[in-house]
Design a binder for this molecule. Structure first.
Ligand code: AHR
Length: 758
């Protein structure tokens, strides 16, 4: 049976106006050459510089941080200068002498000699016929040298040209030119007949057509895709890049403001360098231009805890605290103050009014975090009470004042579909939740319909609880196809076009159809049993298959389980542990690791026993802690599993008996749009079953309704450059009334807008 009964007169909670936002992090080269419209790769000649404090291991092409974290590193050994090449008799070399300014570690010495140097951009420089480009370079030469700057094809066909006479100390040489042809694999070329040396300190090429035509601006097509999502806020700049994996790779606001050629570069822990052109000012400017709130995430005195953490000492924590205070003042102080004047000098004399949220760290937890959270929260709240503060852990459980907790979920679609009730039991008096990063990852490749279905089901649960779960943002947002560090990503781009994955279209449907309040509704649905399989595993012992019914297990199962376990897929694990403080047994382990891990962990420790499901980077508490006794001597443990249930015994005592929640086919949330006098029903069918849903309502409704559907014939359906609209929503008109039946497609996400007539 599939039925939705809607009670519009029962107001459950107001809709949270800020529920759908954006989270931008420079990952997958989302910044330079992506959202940040710079067209030249390695414009500041920093690529290949080993980050301070790290050791380069050339054999394995990686760097090792002071705390021992290893990360892949391209020292650009096979390229004379990353992104640049010299030909036709020209020669070039990097120098650390006489750079443009103290933040530029290198400059490029060129002797053209009738030849040329070219920049290949980010997999090609995308020239478009009739479009204009802004070029500038800081150059110096002791002699007079005439340099031609061109947009050219790979074979030397000229599309645009400008001539500069270079002489003397570093100066900015700039021009605008228009391309005579379209070629997405063009080059930016500098050539000269002269045999004299020219030194380049910094070179840049931007399209004129950026978002709001801002110099140093953002790529318009990508911004338009972001804005089409109706976001209410932007979380920036990360993510793990805020934390870094060393003191030197942690994000510092001060490095990201001022003239771009004076900004320090930043080695991102996603294994590439950013020139920091997309900095604090640009993020705020984007929020202002887009009319959305800004959420600034800052480092609170520690590096990424998953990457050999470094907990900064008091002095450095203070430095990061000062950096945060300065960032806030930069955004908000009036002119006439030091930071207000700095902002004005960078082109924004009025304070920015968009800054609303401050997040203390990213994905930090535990005692070290709690100390730093308290330090930052207490001081910042006193200085700047007007902001909303976000914690990255449940710091309220450590007795600390907590306004919002940022929770992250990266898991498989089933995890999301099975957790639609996660927030139903939230403490209404406690901190609010910001679901700041989530995505179906495991088994979802570059982004599939299946992923979007899981997320949509999860979001119906969030929408029902938006009195407390007030904000969400999908992650990651952007991926340059040529430079992948993480998948899936919501929008995929190359140097001139982009497409969005099904999750994007699902989110667009959800964000465009909000209503004013969540109304009462009850749902009846069929469900599917959850089916788990995998091996039992104990560190240091041989894994044991759990799908095989071991000899004698049936008898044990019957006596332990009173027949409540299903007969199929029964597995049994028994073992003896001697004098252990901790017993940890993994079951239903699919054998995958890291971001694809999927296993259940039973842990008996310090007199407490619990079961946790690790799925991707997410963690689901299956059995909350219960008391147990681990003996100093011999401990007999026994776990019996069926496909969706398990029993765990220690020394003959049953500690846990659990049947996994079935996965509902249909999940629903209903809101009322008071202005339009409409009921909005979001209805997700996660299953492969097509069904008729019975819809009934306490109001009179028009005889037709508008239904928007996102579906495909296959869970794995996805979009791509060749078929960017393969999985996109379509709209149809359906027959409706205050009691009617509507056909729901298998694997579908639906929004139905009913007009109320009474
Ligand atoms: O979104 C990718 C990464 O996932 C973010 O940097 C981090 O916060 C999380 O671990």
């Amino acid at each position: 049976m599939y039925a939705v009964n809607i009670r519009t007169r029962e107001k459950k909670t107001d809709v949270s106006p800020e529920l759908y936002g954006l989270f931008f992090e420079d990952i997958n080269r989302a910044g330079d050459g992506g959202l940040y419209a710079e067209m030249l790769r390695n414009r500041a000649f920093d690529d290949g510089i080993v980050p301070e404090g790290c050791i380069y291991d050339s054999e394995n092409k990686l760097i090792i941080s002071p705390t021992g974290w290893r990360s892949s590193f391209d020292c650009c050994e096979n390229e004379a200068v990353a992104g640049w090449s010299a030909s036709d008799g020209a020669s070039m070399s990097l120098t650390r002498q006489d750079t443009l300014n103290e933040n530029r570690q290198r400059a490029l010495c060129v002797c053209f000699n009738g030849g040329k140097i070219s920049n290949e951009g980010f997999n090609g420089v995308p020239a478009e016929k009739g479009k204009s480009y802004r070029f500038y370079m800081f150059a110096k030469s002791e002699a007079y040298v005439t340099v031609l700057v061109k947009l050219e094809s790979k074979d030397g066909e000229k599309y645009a040209e400008h001539k500069f006479d270079i002489n003397g100390a570093y100066r900015k040489y700039e021009c605008e030119f228009t391309s005579e042809a379209t070629d997405f694999d063009a080059r930016l070329v500098l050539s000269s007949e002269s045999g004299e040396n020219v030194t380049l300190g910094f070179v840049s090429l931007f399209p004129k057509d950026t978002f709001m035509e801002r110099e140093n601006g953002l790529r318009n097509d990508l911004v338009q895709k972001l804005l089409a999502l109706n976001p209410s806020f932007l979380r920036f700049p990360g993510g793990c890049i805020v934390e870094g994996f060393s003191k030197q790779t942690a994000f510092r606001f001060k490095d990201t403001i001022g003239p771009v050629w004076e900004r320090k570069p930043h080695w991102l822990l996603w294994s590439y360098m950013t020139t920091n052109g997309l900095g604090f000012h640009e993020y705020l400017q984007f929020c202002e231009d887009a009319g959305i709130d800004a959420m600034y995430v800052f480092n609170c005195g520690m590096t990424c805890q998953g990457r050999c953490p470094d907990y900064f000492d008091e002095q450095l924590v203070n430095e990061f605290f000062e950096d945060t205070v300065d960032a806030i003042l930069y955004a908000t102080a009036p002119t006439g103050t030091a930071w207000g004047d700095r902002r004005a000098a960078n082109g924004h004399s009025e304070p920015f009014t968009v800054l609303k949220y401050l997040e203390i760290g990213n994905e930090n937890w535990g005692d070290e975090y709690n100390k730093r959270y308290e330090f930052f929260y207490e001081r910042l709240k006193k200085l700047f009470p007007q902001f909303v503060y976000i914690s990255t852990d449940h710091t309220e459980q450590a007795g600390l004042k907590t306004e919002f907790v940022d929770e992250h979920f990266y898991a498989d679609p089933v995890f999301f579909a099975a957790n639609t009730k996660l927030y139903d039991s939230l403490d209404r008096e406690g901190a609010c939740i910001y679901c700041g990063e989530y995505a179906s990852t495991i088994g979802c490749g570059e982004g599939t319909l299946y992923g979007a279905l899981g997320e949509a089901a999860f979001l119906t649960g969030i929408e029902r609880n938006q009195d407390k779960v007030k904000m969400t943002s999908y992650a990651p947002l952007l991926k340059n196809v040529g430079y992948v560090s993480w998948e899936p990503d919501m929008i995929v781009f190359n140097n001139h076009e982009s497409y969005a994955i099904p999750s994007y279209y699902m989110l667009k449907m959800f964000a465009e159809n909000r209503g004013d309040y969540v109304c009462g509704h009850s749902v009846a649905t069929e469900s599917d049993r959850r089916i788990e399989k995998g091996v039992f595993r104990v560190d240091g012992r041989k894994p044991v298959e759990s799908r095989v019914i071991p000899k004698g297990c049936e008898t044990d199962r019957d006596s332990l389980a009173d027949g409540s376990l299903k007969k199929t897929g029964v597995g049994r694990f028994s073992a003896v542990f001697y004098g252990s403080d901790t017993i940890k047994i993994r079951f239903w382990d699919k054998g995958t690791e890291g971001e694809n891990q999927d296993h259940y962990d039973w842990t008996a420790e310090n007199g407490k026993s619990s079961v946790v499901h690790y799925n991707g980077w997410s963690k689901e508490i299956i059995c909350a802690e219960t008391l147990c006794e681990v003996s100093n001597g011999r401990n007999n443990v026994e776990i019996i599993t069926a496909e969706d249930s398990f029993i765990i015994c220690l020394n003959g005592k049953e500690l846990h008996r659990h049947v996994l929640e079935p996965i509902p086919h249909m999940t629903v949330v209903c809101t009322v749009d008071m202005q339009k006098n409409e009921i909005i029903t979001k209805l997700v069918n996660f299953s492969e079953t097509e069904f008729k849903a019975e819809i009934s309502c306490d109001r009179k409704m028009y005889d037709s309704a508008e239904m928007i559907t996102l579906t495909a014939d296959d869970y794995n359906a996805c979009n791509g450059f060749d078929a960017p609209k393969a999985v996109t929503p379509y709209m149809e008109s359906i027959s409706a009334s205050s009691h009617y039946y509507v056909k729901i497609k298998p694997r579908s996400i639906n929004v139905i807008r009913h007009k109320i007539t009474d």
